[in-house]
Design a protein around this ligand. Sequence first.
Ligand code: F6R
Length: 237
Amino acid sequence: MKKILCKTYDDMSRQAAQLIIDQIHAKPDSVLGLATGSSPIGMYQALIEAYKAGTVDFSKAKSFNLDEYYPIAPDNDQSYHYFMQEHLFRHINLSESHIPDGTAADVDRECTAYDKMIAEAGGIDLQVLGIGPNGHIGFNEPDDALFAGTHKTGLTQKTIQANARFFASIDDVPKMAITMGMGNILKAKKIVLLITGKNKTEVAEAIFNGKITCDLPASFLQLHPDTTVLIDENIYQ
Ligand code: F6R
């Protein structure tokens, strides 16, 4: 894994955006894997600025998001559908964007269909990730075993607590999600992991320590041939 220390959140965001812009310039019909949460917001802002300045065109590109809460309606302002519309999709010109359906009645079918759509799109060229303080990527939470494909999962108490900041009360945080699995993520040709937030100092060290364990899902990124980890240095202060 290539580790890049960035002076500020803004610096991290701009470097991440540049990696996406380079990807689109090299392959205009790229398939992007996208994340929600605090970590990529600045990167999305930088991509919107670049699009508005005319330096990047997403018209041939597609995106697949990592995850969505379950159950949740797309117009709920805490849904990841809503988040992506607000922070990226309504500002740029992606040809297609996909997010797991938090209202699916048949979740297994939704998960199989999502994996099929990714495969039919040719797989993910560049996957953006954030990381939970417990080492989750997507909503692949620490567990005895991890899933390869898209699946429904329970959220750990630590993740519910970490995400409570976006909700009026911790009781409002959904307890389940639909997420891409570890196989979906590791099959991406390139991965860009963003690490920011003072509660990530320990996990940012642990993923580089050479051990791979289901207790720390992000440690599997050590097996991936082209992962860049951009770290906001403020996590160490
Ligand atoms: C979001 C996702 C999660 C977040 C992680 C970090 O789509 O898959 O893995 O990336 O929980 O969240 P933030 O960036 O809010 O600290």
